[in-house]
Ligand binder design. Structure first.
Ligand code: GDP
Ligand code: K
Ligand code: MG
Length: 279
């Protein structure tokens, strides 16, 4: 039987554990991640000739690793390399939740967006055009209501489709001409060490180096041209910070938010409830 490892990830309170329970029923076990007191929940689902192994990752806001939860989630995704990530998104708060989604897309692992809390969104008059959002981001989007188990079969179907197609993952946000030029150069340097590039997603690492992420510099150390790349990254940062007149990590995060704002504008409509009050 083919076994797939699927990580459920996303911001805190988006409904990851609820969806995990709906996906796995009672077939799960709870333990800890090695060395830390962060809870690790794993569970199975069997359908047809496939075995789906789900891991409920701790809720995070970013992959920058400021908190122990972020370290655990980042290390799991980078070192354990699941076959797939289900990014559980709160549909009532998509603008905030999509920020992390863009970072997942850079990991080179297929991502499915679960548009959870669809019931609450509808109650609030928030209409999400999931097909359009899926087109813009380049990843499948499935509407779910975790607390009712709605969308669970569609999620499994979507996992199957991705596995059958096996298309390479290449849809990531573009950060604008100047940043892209530096990123491309770093990526091609990283790719020269093929063994390294197979272990660490080059796009993700290039972005993190320009974000001055210390863990990324740490991971770079096993690259055969680590020093050259680190020097190149630092001089790129200097150039970019002069060019933009602000910290590079801020430039990058502003690019992400700009991109999301554009996507949200295209895909979300707020339907105002009729106002029956007498004026
Ligand atoms: P986590 O922090 O991402 O694991 O979120 P939880 O699974 O603990 O869910 C947070 C809260 O949202 C809980 O009270 C859930 O019952 C609730 N919840 C989860 N999914 C849904 C949903 O689709 N609709 C609604 N209305 N509530 C949900
Ligand atoms: K809630
Ligand atoms: Mg949880």
């Amino acid at each position: 039987r083919k076994k797939l490892r699927i990580a459920l990830a996303g911001n805190p309170n988006s409904g990851k554990t609820t969806l995990f329970n709906a996906l796995t029923g009672s077939h799960h076990k709870v333990g800890n991640y090695p060395g830390v007191t962060v809870e690790k929940k794993e569970g199975q689902r069997i359908r047809g000739d496939k075995e789906y192994h789900f891991i409920d990752l701790p809720g995070i806001y970013s992959l920058t690793a400021y908190s122990i939860d972020e370290v655990v989630a980042r290390d799991f995704l980078l070192d354990e390399k699941p076959d797939l990530i289900i990014d559980v998104l709160d549909s009532t708060n998509l603008e905030r939740h999509l920020y992390l989604c863009l970072q997942f897309q850079e990991l080179g692992i297929p991502v499915i967006g679960a548009l959870n809390m669809t019931d609450e969104a509808e109650e609030k008059g928030i209409r999400v055009d999931s097909a359009e959002l899926s087109k813009i981001l380049g990843i499948p989007m499935v509407k779910t209501v975790g607390s009712r188990g709605t969308g669970v079969d569609e999620l499994l179907d979507t996992i199957d489709e991705i596995q059958e197609n096996q298309k390479p993952v290449d849809r990531c946000i573009r950060y604008g001409t100047e940043l892209e030029e530096k990123l491309q150069r770093l990526q091609s340097l990283i790719n020269q060490d093929t063994e390294f590039a197979a272990k660490f997603p080059p796009r993700w690492l290039a972005v993190k180096l320009l974000e001055k992420d210390t863990n990324a510099y740490e991971r770079l150390k096993v690259h055969s041209q680590a020093e050259l790349i680190a020097t190149e990254a630092r001089s790129s940062i200097n150039w970019l910070e002069k060019h933009y007149g602000k910290d590079n990590e801020i430039v990058i995060s502003e690019q992400r938010y700009g991109y999301i704002r554009g996507a949200v504008k295209e895909c979300i409509k707020i339907i105002k409830k009729p106002d029956f009050s007498i004026t």
